[in-house]
Design a protein around this ligand. Structure first.
Ligand code: P6P
Length: 347
């Protein structure tokens, strides 16, 4: 029985007011999350129109990542910027689609939070009608900083005060944590409000399902090769059980599955471009997703170190990602640490 069936209709607004009354969030943070949720509803409408909305295909521009932008990448980014410009709860925004952070203009009311987002993650799936999503992370603006710059965003993932994503799938769902568990809200399109449908999502500790892009296998480092080889060996191999694989190539969709039924999501370092330590971005993909996963009892590392402990050095820096069922993340991390220890001894 879902929480909705058990508790009736608890809207996102009511949930956030109850959290504020319990002194678990400030009024400003509550209102910021409401603004982001409203922006996600607007993005959901645009995504849902598909070909009928004239929003599919490339925008004809590129972003700092060197990726071609989809029309919806730009639309989603603009929706989030506009919604937050006058929201009054932010000092600045940073986005995968913008080279540098964007302080809230002086003419608008400002708050004490920094918002980072990937406005439309997985957008390469848009044109083939596969689930995509918006990922966001909220940090405190350092005391006394009135015009934040990129450097002020460079805070470890443990300092996040809120994180979440909105997945635009068969249903639109907002998955959110403000540091007291991870909770899911489903958009009631008729009422236009997000309704609590799963309180305290919990990632099973163990799993038999892994998510990885296997086409990169030949480019992985040795411990990654060994780990996946043992997964594929199944019940007759070292792991003693058979595994299944899923790869949607939309992080929000893969992570939502893992939050719902367990699994491990991996985007490791590969030597295709040795200058890149990974594909996914730390500040607005790995950190918020790791926060949600840990709040749901899971784990997240870069293969060696807890992701949320990493000290950022650049706004758009990348990181290898291993996240999900904590026993499986520990196992994959163990392969890497054992490899490093052996290499150190041999040196
Ligand atoms: P690949 C989408 O572009 C994304 O950033 C994540 O959402 C997804 O997990 C990954 O890249 C997919 O990468 O190399 O399999 O296309």
């Amino acid at each position: 029985m879902s929480d909705f069936e058990k508790t009736g209709s608890i809207s996102l607004t009511r949930y956030l007011i109850e959290e504020q009354r319990a002194d678990r969030i400030s009024a400003d943070l509550r209102l910021l999350i409401e603004v982001v949720a409203r922006a996600c509803k607007s993005i959901s409408v645009s995504v849902g129109k598909g070909a009928l909305g004239g929003v599919l295909g490339d925008a004809g521009s590129g972003n700092i990542q060197g990726e071609a932008q989809k029309k919806l990448d730009v639309i989603a980014n603009d929706v989030l910027l506009e919604a937050n410009a006058w929201g009054g709860h932010l000092a600045a925004c940073a986005s995968e689609e913008m080279d540098h952070c964007q302080p809230i203009p002086d003419v608008y009311p400002r708050g004490n939070y920094l918002l980072l987002f990937d406005p439309l993650d997985g957008s390469s799936n848009i044109d083939v009608n596969v689930s995509v999503g918006t990922i966001f992370s909220v940090l405190r603006c350092p005391e006394g900083v009135t015009h934040p710059e990129d450097a002020h965003f460079l805070q470890a993932g443990t300092t996040q005060v809120a994180a979440g994503y909105c997945i635009y799938g068969p249903s639109t769902m907002l998955v959110l944590s403000i540091g007291h568990g991870t909770h899911a809200f489903t958009l009631d399109r008729e009422m236009g409000s997000f309704v609590l449908t799963q309180r305290s999502m919990t990632v099973p500790a163990a799993t038999k399902e892994f998510a990885i892009n296997m086409s990169n296998q030949r480019h992985w480092e040795a411990p990654m090769q060994d780990y996946v080889r043992d997964l594929l060996a199944g019940e007759t191999g070292p792991r003693g059980k058979n595994f299944n694989m899923r790869w949607i190539a939309s992080m929000v969709a893969d992570v939502h599955r893992i939050l719902t039924r367990g699994g491990i999501f991996i985007y490791p370092w590969d030597k295709k471009d040795p200058t890149k330590v990974g594909k996914l971005r730390l500040m607005y993909e790995a950190n918020p997703m790791s926060y949600l996963i840990e709040q749901a009892g899971g784990a997240a590392t870069n293969g060696r170190t807890r992701i949320l402990d990493l000290a950022p050095t650049e706004l758009h820096q990348r990181v290898p990602v291993f996240l999900g069922s904590r026993e499986e993340v520990a196992k994959a991390t163990e392969y890497h640490l054992a490899h490093d220890a052996k290499a150190k001894t041999a040196a």
